[in-house]
Design a protein around this ligand. Structure first.
Ligand code: BGC
Length: 728
């Protein structure tokens, strides 16, 4: 589903002569953000087709749409450029600059009279000041003087179209989640406060408009629409340059008076102007690229795609906010109602852990802050400790409405525990372990003890009523991926307590909270030792679960893997009884613990499970590329890697237009390249080591990596490998 018009360059995406029917796709891939805010790449001056489409989201801004269930709220359109004369776009090009985050759209427009003008819009979501956004519009007459009537401001007439968890159900019901609380305008700008319907949560926005030509300006404020209206003539040969700077705060920001803060910032941004905001933001991007970039010697398209993956991970991460995580579609689409999944801990976190450990820590702190809810989730199920919900928003309660997935896909809790241990191992942040991680590990371990069922016939602990990462496995027993991570969760809790005990002061604080007994720790150890891990000694292979072997075979040779998911043609329920795998399950386990399993076992897992895997989840390709690279299956690794790294750019899942960007795939691509192909590991000395198995198409690789609080630069060429201190 490659889009022929899209050109991927080492530092940019270029689209020439955009097709109107592909706008939803372009809007997905051209999305911009700074972790605080995400904006789809819609045309500022484009027609508003539906009130839910010109999506702008703020991290962590959710509202209830029914009892207990939230949706990520679509914010006012902050670009909103409208013509007061009848005209339409006749051609358009766009460029997204990955180095600076600038999105430029150049178009030609025609008035009803036949006169044409060019319109260039440039927009920036500042990486330097998360509350700042700026737009510059340049209009040039192409046929003599141009009489223009133009408005720009904030359009609060927006709705949500909540997307059902059931991927086959299309929702058509729009919900208005924001109402105006204040709407003002004058000839140079305006203010809009919108308030959410149920929780009365507010977003505060103020903008200033400046034009280089002396046009007649009026302020318009109608219900939830505030704009400056400009009327006048643009003389032939001259251009109208209009710049708009916008300040945004919300109820989530820690300021005493958000309205004053917004207005004050709007004034400061107006002083700074578009160029100043761009300059500051570009400098912030420069810093990010110093630690996050991967340079490769090879195909420029691949270079651009890798940067694009990194760019979107950075744009969707609120690096300084310990109360939000990253949604499966980030801040760029309302799919999954903006919810956070295991996608963050298992697929995205490694990138942040090795490049921006502070950001990784904040992602884990989100889970720490959700512990009270996780305890409630566990107790509501009659269980102990803390159980993380399969889908989580700002409340930390279960947001999954599909009962089998929500109730059975319990591995999320063990995934969080895995991420905590990985974070501590790689960053060396013992403080985090003492003050947050240990509590998370113990509370989740308590959950597992109460969730597992003792089998006195076999003297083991079984995980009944479970679904592993492979969501096509039915509701099963003893999913090995889950049980293995649970075991590590239990052992991790014991190790964490042993460690904190050595710091008497900290231990007394933690112990006052947790009341851990020696007997409890013994139980953790016993359960860890006796949890069922299904291994077939004859075939020397781990079994996915207890039902898998009994499922009905299905010939998938004719199904194009990596196209529309099979549940689109075979009912979801029927798929649960076929011996096919939706996405990496045991293959994933192999890459999570690269040193634990022998290469024979890894090969056996690959040979048995890979041919049965449909990759009906975008999480699957990168993991397969990762293990294939480790096993030295270079061609296969390369094939999978391309599917992962170009997943959205080439619309591999055939849904990037309808669903936005697949954040986990971006992270999985990073892992495949850095941990799989470059073979990055932590050595015994706590420092990075690599064992490159680069495919022929990548002749060299340079990247920075953080470990134990130090930054290193890894340089891999065809003849040598160097790891040196990275001073930046
Ligand atoms: C996958 C899950 C994933 C979710 C959100 C589903 O299709 O099977 O593993 O967490 O999408 O990305």
């Amino acid at each position: 589903m490659k889009n022929e018009k899209l050109k991927i360059l080492p530092w940019s995406l270029e689209i020439k002569d955009m097709d109107a029917e592909d706008y939803p796709f372009y809007e997905s891939i051209l999305a911009q953000g700074n972790g605080y805010m995400g904006v789809r790449g819609f045309d500022p001056a484009g027609i508003k087709r539906n009130s839910f489409e010109r999506s702008v989201f703020l991290a962590g801004f959710f509202e209830y749409i029914k009892p207990g269930i939230t949706d990520m709220v679509n914010m006012p359109d902050l670009f909103a450029v409208r013509f007061g004369v009848s005209c339409h776009e006749i051609s358009a090009n766009a460029t997204l600059d990955l180095r600076t985050g600038l999105l430029t759209r150049s178009s030609i427009w025609q008035l009803a009279s036949g006169e044409e003008f060019s319109l260039v819009s440039r927009r920036i979501i500042s990486m330097q000041n998360k509350h700042a956004t700026a737009l510059e519009v340049e209009i040039k007459p192409l046929d003599g003087n141009l009489t223009i009537v133009l408005e720009t401001g904030l359009d609060g007439d927006v709705t949500n179209l909540p997307v059902s968890d059931d991927q086959m159900t299309e929702n058509t019901e729009c919900l208005r989640l924001l109402n105006p609380a204040l709407c003002e305008a004058n000839q140079s700008g305006g203010t809009l406060i919108m308030e959410s319907t149920y929780s009365k949560r507010r977003v505060y926005q103020a903008y200033r408009v400046w034009a280089n030509l002396p046009l007649c300006a009026t302020g318009l404020a109608i219900r939830d629409y505030t704009a400056v209206r400009l009327e006048g003539v643009i003389p032939a040969g001259e251009s109208l340059i209009l710049s708009k700077t916008i300040a945004t705060y919300s109820y989530r920001d820690d300021v005493d008076d958000p309205l004053s803060a917004t207005i004050q910032l709007a004034d400061q941004l107006a002083e700074l102007g578009f160029a100043g905001i761009l300059e500051e933001s570009s400098q912030a991007w420069d810093k990010l690229w110093t630690t996050c970039d991967i340079e490769l010697d090879g195909d420029p398209k691949l270079q651009g795609a890798i940067r694009y993956n990194i760019f979107q991970l950075l744009q969707n991460n609120a690096a300084d906010d310990p109360y939000v995580s990253i949604g499966a579609r980030g801040l760029m689409h309302g799919r999954y109602k903006g919810n956070y999944f295991w996608d963050t801990e298992i697929f995205m976190l490694p990138f942040f852990l090795y490049t921006r450990p502070e950001a990784a820590k904040n992602l884990l702190l989100y889970r720490y802050h959700m512990l009270p809810s996780a305890r409630k989730v566990a107790s509501s199920l009659g269980l102990k400790g803390a159980r993380y919900p399969w889908m989580s928003s700002d409340t930390g309660t279960e947001q999954c409405e599909t009962w089998d997935t929500g109730c059975c896909e319990v591995h999320i809790t063990a995934d969080v525990a895995y991420a905590v241990q990985e974070y501590v191992r790689i960053s060396g942040d013992q403080d985090f372990l003492i003050h947050h991680g240990a509590e998370m590990l113990v509370e989740t371990a308590r959950y597992w003890v109460s969730r597992l069922t003792y089998d006195d016939q076999r003297d083991c602990y079984n995980m009944l009523f479970v679904k592993g990462p492979d969501e096509y496995c039915g509701v099963t027993t003893n999913n090995t991926y889950t049980n293995y991570l649970v075991r590590e969760n239990l052992l991790g809790a014991i190790r964490a307590i042993d460690f904190v005990r050595q710091q008497p002061q900290e231990w007394s604080v933690l112990q006052a909270k947790l009341q851990v007994t020696d007997q409890e720790l013994e139980t953790f150890a016993e359960v860890a030792q006796k949890i069922a891990i299904l291994y077939d000694p004859e075939r020397e292979i781990l079994l996915q679960d207890e039902l898998f072997e009994r499922l009905q075979p299905l010939d998938i040779s004719t199904h194009k893997r990596g196209a529309a998911a099979l549940y689109r043609t075979i009912p979801y329920d029927r798929l649960q009884r076929y011996k096919v795998i939706k996405q990496a399950d045991l293959v994933l386990l192999m890459v999570l613990y690269p040193e634990r399993f022998t290469s024979e076992l890894k090969q056996n897992i690959w040979s048995y499970y890979e041919p049965l895997t449909l990759h009906d989840s975008s999480l699957s390709f990168g993991t397969h590329a990762h293990l294939a690279a480790e096993l030295g299956y270079q061609d296969v690794a390369w094939d999978y890697f391309q599917k992962s790294v170009f997943l959205d750019l080439y619309n591999i899942m055939d849904n990037t237009d309808r669903e936005g960007i697949h954040l986990a795939a971006l992270g999985a691509s990073w892992q495949a390249l850095i941990q799989g192909m470059a073979g990055l590991r932590q050595g015994e000395d706590g420092k990075p080591q690599v064992n490159p198995k680069l495919p022929p198409a990548i002749r060299g690789l340079r990247f920075a990596v953080m470990m134990g609080g130090y930054s290193f630069k890894v340089i891999i060429t065809q003849t040598e490998t160097k790891i040196e201190a990275h001073n930046h």
